[in-house]
Design a protein around this ligand. Structure first.
Ligand SMILES: *Cc1c(COP(=O)(O)O)cnc(C)c1O
Length: 343
């Protein structure tokens, strides 16, 4: 046996690294990114700001200037605290790190895969509650909570990959029923009409996770955990010093001030979502699901052939494994209107 195979944890040896498909010259609609490129749209000012950075120095550990921009962009008032991560994935990992040996993380299926992946890295137990018609099965979930006493419950709101908001009242029942920390993951907040930001004051066991990845800034890697100062202070201890680099800080401080630009871009995506939803719904062989996010989920008995056809025509969408409960589905992010592709 090779050195590394005898050395590495058995469960890591059996894992697969996160797979990112090769995009080459393809139109990339598979990662729920934004088609808007703010650093190009504000190029001159952007370059000026970037060149001011003293990259020989460590970054501001608290990213104060960036925090001001993001509070203004997302209307987060000063009575709440923010913990920044190198993407919200890093914050999911940090939350898992705060758990005790043998603790359980609970989430739903299908939902965002990193909750389960990170639970495994951290050697935590993972339990999922299957969705029923893409909504939370409350009875089943409350039973799982009772039986497994999870330490953290992750709820993606809107959910990825189904794109919808779960029933808000069910979420409230879950928060009230448990001693778990409930993390509402609002990665798609900009495209939806609801948020739990206003509920943070009512529930001590609630925190909100957000990211700027879906609103034009996937490349800079910035996620945020929002909560009561008492809660955030404890998690601050687990953050590695200087995890938000100077280039990310200055980029965000400057570009996140473009609030109108960011909100208008999101509005554009929402209007395209409705237009593309109507257009695709006219095709008999497709089932298109209503979405509160920047993507549409579609079902087709010929999903595999359709995926191959799209690839052949230079379009990369997200497909699911043959073994997945979503094997006949495709997920595609909304783009700017440009050339019309003939189907
Ligand atoms: C995309 C996505 C994330 C990942 O965000 P990053 O900040 O890019 O790490 C988190 N949660 C959900 C539900 C997502 O869809």
């Amino acid at each position: 046996m090779s050195f590394i195979k005898s050395w590495i944890r058995k469960d890591i040896q059996d894992m697969k690294a996160y797979h990112v498909p090769e995009a080459r010259e393809l139109t990339k609609l598979d990662a729920m990114e934004s088609p808007f490129i703010p650093n190009k749209d504000f190029e001159v000012e952007f370059i000026e700001n970037i060149t001011k950075v003293n990259i020989n120095r460590y970054p501001d550990p608290l990213a104060k200037a960036l925090a001001r921009s993001i509070r203004n962009l997302m209307d987060i008032d000063n009575s709440l605290d923010i913990l920044f991560g190198n993407g919200s994935d890093e914050l999911i990992q940090l939350l898992a790190l705060a758990c005790d040996e043998g603790d359980t993380i609970l989430s739903f299926s299908p939902s965002f895969v990193m909750y389960e992946t990170i639970a495994k890295f951290a050697k935590l137990k993972y339990v999922d509650s299957p969705l029923q018609d893409f909504d939370i099965n409350l009875k089943e979930t409350l039973t799982l909570i009772e039986n497994h006493k999870p330490k953290i419950i992750f709820i993606a709101y809107p959910n990825n990959p189904t794109g919808n908001l779960f029933d808000r009242n069910k979420i409230i029942s879950i928060i009230e029923s448990t001693k778990a920390l409930v993390v509402i993951d609002e990665a798609y907040f900009a495209f939806s009409n609801d948020s739990f930001l206003g509920d943070l004051k009512s529930f001590k066991n609630l925190v909100i996770l957000r990211t700027i990845s879906k609103i034009s800034f996937a490349g800079v890697r910035l996620g945020l955990l929002i909560g009561e100062p008492e809660t955030i202070n404890q998690f601050q201890k687990l953050r590695l010093p200087y995890n938000i680099n100077s280039l990310t800080q200055v980029t965000c401080e400057f570009l996140l001030k473009k609030k109108n630009y960011i909100l208008d871009s999101a509005k554009y995506i929402v209007s395209e979502r409705e237009r593309v939803f109507r257009a695709l719904s006219k095709i008999d062989s497709l089932k298109v699901y209503p979405s509160d996010a920047n993507f549409l989920l579609i079902k087709s008995r010929e999903a595999k052939e359709l995926n191959n056809f799209l690839l052949y025509n230079g379009i990369l969408v997200k497909s699911f494994n043959e073994t997945d409960s979503l094997k006949n589905f495709l997920e595609l992010q909304l783009e700017k209107k440009k050339r019309t592709t003939k189907c």
